[in-house]
Design a protein. Structure first.
Length: 318
């Protein structure tokens, strides 16, 4: 049985004049101990999907349909109290911007210890000792001194390490990492990604890694899912999807990556703009921008069909 199963998830944001369809019929599976990459452009629905897992979509947003099962339990039917026992305990999340995720007026050690105390695992003194151990695990130097420092005293990379330590405090079975290397320089990015690999290997933690960087996906994940316009366009084995792209959107993304062995004056770009999620096209969501578009693509929405180790939402066969 998969650790996490998302079926037919639909998320909308409502206003008096329009409805934004941020997620449409999203389906994902994640196995225990696996790293699954969730890839897409800004506004494709990646973060909304992640927030839906923890029921953190706030008004005017609403999950309108679907099921999210964690170890067979439907998270969408859980009470608030039951969700509090899951969030930060069995499922943790590393948010995109550590600078705004940490409390500026509390020492970072206390912030990491808080979840251990809340979930009844330790008293405060013991939790602070555990926080120091976690700082050493995530490679924060001088851990005994650092636990007394405040967020403004840390670099961006160190803040992200604190967020990872906080997420690991209760030894979760699932870790959601929402673009954990955003705004970090290349060297620190590499260190954070290596740290996430170590977390998976040490604790057998499953990781849902959200990113827009194909290089990160290639390095980190066994399987990947590609989102566009609130939909999953393709999902399957990472190596197969990157070496033999089975959807025009993936092919276009790979073509847009600069290559060192090619001398080009202009980079390849996807024509057009991302669709408005208030006016969903009748057919394929990517159809208006696709170089291989056929009449059926603009008339009828394709279903997600499986071919070997990859499932793809496309009328064409690559």
């Amino acid at each position: 049985m998969p650790l996490l199963e998302i079926d037919d998830l639909n998320v909308c944001f409502f206003s008096p004049t329009k409805t934004v369809h941020a997620g449409r019929d999203v389906g994902l599976t994640l196995r225990a101990g696996e790293i699954l990459g969730l890839v897409g452009e800004s506004g494709s629905g990646k973060t909304v999907t992640a927030l839906s897992i923890l029921r953190l979509v706030r008004s005017p947003g609403k999950i309108t349909r679907g099921r999210i099962r964690f170890k067979g339990e439907d998270l969408l039917t859980k009470s608030r109290q039951e969700l509090r026992q899951i969030r930060g305990n069995r499922i943790s999340m590393i948010f995109q911007d550590p600078a705004t995720s940490l409390n500026p007026v509390l020492p970072i050690g206390e912030q990491v210890a808080e979840s251990l105390v809340y979930h009844g695992k330790m008293d405060k003194k013991e939790a602070l000792r555990k926080a120091e151990e976690l700082f050493e695990i995530v490679r924060i130097p001088n851990a005994s001194k650092r636990i007394k420092e405040y967020p403004h005293q840390l670099s961006g990379g160190m803040k992200q390490r604190v967020m990872i330590a906080m997420a690991l405090a209760c030894n979760p079975e699932l870790l959601i990492a929402d673009e954990p290397t955003t705004a970090l320089d290349v060297t620190i990015q590499s260190q954070i990604l290596d740290l996430l690999k170590d977390v998976r290997d040490r604790y057998k933690t499953a990781i849902l890694l959200i990113t827009h960087d194909m290089g990160v996906v290639a390095e980190m994940t066994e399987r990947m899912a590609v989102m566009y316009g609130g939909e999953i366009l393709s999902m399957g084995d990472t190596l197969s999807m990157l070496t033999k792209p089975c959807h025009p959107y993936i092919l276009a993304l790979l073509d847009a990556i600069p290559k060192l062995d090619e001398d080009k004056e202009r980079l390849d770009a996807i024509p057009g703009t991302v669709p408005s999620l208030t006016r969903i096209p009748q057919g394929c969501i990517f159809g208006p921008r696709c170089r291989y578009v056929q009449p059926i693509c603009l008339e009828k929405r394709p279903v997600l069909k499986k071919m070997d180790s990859v499932a793809t939402r496309c009328w064409l066969e690559f």
